[in-house]
Design a protein around this ligand. Sequence first.
Ligand code: AMP
Length: 422
Amino acid sequence: MPFSSLGLSPALLRAVSDQAWPAPTPIQAAAIGPALRGCDLLASAQTGSGKTAAFALALLQQFEAALPQSQRRLRALVLVPTRELSTQVGEEIRQLAQHLPRALKVAIVFGGVSINPQMLRLRGGADIVVATPGRLLDLVQHNALSLSFVATLVLDEADRLLDLGFSEELSRILALLPARRQNLFFSATFPPAVQTLAKTLLHEPVRVEVAPAPQTQPDIEQRVIDVDAGQRTQLLRHLIVHNHWSRVLVFVATKHAAEMVADKLRKARINAEPFHGELSQGKRTQVLADFKASRLKVVIATDVAARGLDIAQLPVVVNFDLPRSALDYIHRIGRTGRAGEKGVALSFVSAATDAHWRLIEKRQGLSLAREQVAGFEPTTLSPAPAPAPEHDANSAPSGTGGIKGLRPSKKDKLRAAAARGQ
Ligand code: AMP
């Protein structure tokens, strides 16, 4: 199906052709038509599916159809969970809007930076606002924005908005919107809280659920390395140097860990920067720009970077600390293997995180062979799971230093599993 069959205006078709997109992605093919007819949408869509253009094109077409107003009024509101996503989404909308007969003002607003410049930019109004919820409310409170004329609301990454604790802000925003409006709801997953939100928000929605297009199906090799917690930075350094990794995104659990690991790598003369929510927006933008331009080899990030970032040619993602949930695991590893490239996702597992890793594996339906790297073999063993009745420690390949006893050690089990797999 070509873009021209979706009912888009010539100005929007021209913008699409500027992007050199060969054809609509499945989500675009399924969502644009109903959205143009004014239906509410309930779309299941992952990052990388082309969902931004799906709602952006539908929104923009409605601006073309609208009568010119003497005064700019905010007619479309896009809520996103993170600053990075607000910038990405806002910029994509601007690009797609560039050939429209009337120049639209697309405002991008997010917290963590001074509110004053954003208030100044909103003077004279805006047609479309892309915002994180907290800052949007601040701007409304400062009378910099009115939500009374919003005709279309987009919730992008609704699951993430709730994960990040924006539920109360969302309720307050919804209360300020006109009751009659179109709602376009996008989420990668549908846990109960997201379903409840969708039910309260949507009116007879068209459901759009599409498998990722084959060409965008990520090709990610997932690997697990057993290593003592205290050896992870050394191992990371070793892997970066030994494998000549050009660019690697490393996930850690806390801001402190991001700073610490980046610091240690820099001391080992590896160009690394932390990336977390407490850095200034200027610093975060700089780190990303340096990373994308290959001026920076390693970014050590908290989960704030796990979603929405689209870094072409990111061959490796490392889970230095494991993610809290199986869902976060998917989002983290999804930063690699984008746009048809191959990617590797490595997870470090120590004795303390072994049980947590097994839970993630179970939720993902995975069973990955454990690896060890010479010189970094773990010395601390995880508590052994209950022994399989047919298994005996002594059946493990001998002479490799396994702990002998009544219960098979983790190493013994790994070796036995590896031997069985041969
Ligand atoms: P998204 O899912 O919105 O984050 O989009 C992921 C990437 O897909 C972005 O870099 C878009 O530029 C790109 N994209 C969007 N639509 C298409 C399309 N029809 N064909 C190829 N790439 C696209």
